[in-house]
Design a protein around this ligand. Structure first.
Ligand code: NAD
Length: 251
């Protein structure tokens, strides 16, 4: 298996970081199942991509639903003959104050971000193990899984859970030559609805002092999914302008 013939599933691929990851993988010559709960948007995004015929295939996927996940894996294998890479990018970033957070809200965020990553990874890994060719799984975590943040009790816990899940999957899947890593984006400008500059309180803690671009997160996800990433597993790569490593910034 050469890097240029890989087949991948990218979840949450209709927009934002997921869309940029699909474009990056296509640029490497990979074949990609672009999967998203927003069926109309993912079809429209795939149609607009300047890809070789048959290289990108749009699919409706709800990462909370095991049957939907099985169907996505089957569709990828039937379209491409194999599955070599999974990028778990689908996520919701909903926030609520801790004292007012309802249990349904908590479950919605945890079910989508953390349980969705578990279920999709397990289905993809089972397929990769059956193929016997190894593989790569890349989980999209967040700065919010590394430190606390206002309104992020559910979101931060879901992303912290993804980081620990990444480490355990890396241990258990190593014998199958499946490498599992995470990228933890910092604040990323995914569209015109995001202001041009991060909040001053965020900028003050960030050495690069700007929003990330979706392509910058996609480049890291691509590396972690590629054969060039061959001796790194269970790692969390912060693509965040230095946000998580910054201590004293002045004085
Ligand atoms: N944008 C940021 O600043 C930032 C920072 C850190 C981490 N992240 C993470 O990066 C990932 C992508 O973020 P984004 O900013 O591009 O978000 P986005 O909202 O632009 O895109 C997320 C996509 O996931 C899809 N999705 C939601 N629930 C789904 C489900 N149940 N099944 C399948 N697809 C589903 C949505 O339809 C959407 O297309 C998320 O996991 C997010 O937590 C983003």
């Amino acid at each position: 298996m050469t890097d240029s013939s890989k087949a991948a599933i990218v979840t949450g691929a209709a927009r934002g970081i997921g869309h940029a990851i699909v474009q990056r993988l296509l640029r490497a010559g990979w074949r990609v199942l672009a999967a998203d709960i927003d069926e109309a948007a993912v079809h429209s995004a795939a149609n607009q991509m300047n890809a070789e015929a048959g290289a990108v295939c749009a699919h409706r996927l709800d990462v909370k639903d095991p049957a939907s996940i099985s169907a996505a894996v089957e569709t990828a294998v039937s379209a491409f003959g194999q599955l070599n890479v999974l990028i778990n990018n689908a996520g919701i970033m909903d926030r609520a104050p801790f004292l007012e957070m309802t249990e349904p809200f908590w479950h919605h965020v945890l079910d989508t971000n953390l349980t969705g990553t578990f279920l999709t990874s397990q289905a993809a890994a089972q397929q990769m193990v059956a193929q016997g060719m190894g593989g790569r799984i890349v989980n999209v975590a967040s700065n919010s899984g590394i430190f606390g943040g206002r309104g992020r009790a559910a979101y931060g816990a879901s992303k912290a859970g993804i980081i620990n899940l990444t480490q355990t999957m890396a241990i258990e899947l190593a014998e199958h030559d499946i490498l599992v890593n995470a990228v933890a984006p910092g604040p990323t400008k995914t569209g015109d609805h995001i202001p041009d500059e991060p909040w001053p309180t965020v900028k003050a803690r960030m050495p690069l002092a700007r929003f990330g671009r979706p392509e910058e997160i996609a480049n890291v996800a691509y590396f972690l999914a590629s054969d060039e990433c061959s001796f790194t597993t269970g790692h969390v790569w912060c693509a965040d302008g230095g946000y998580t490593i910054a201590g004293i910034m002045e004085g």
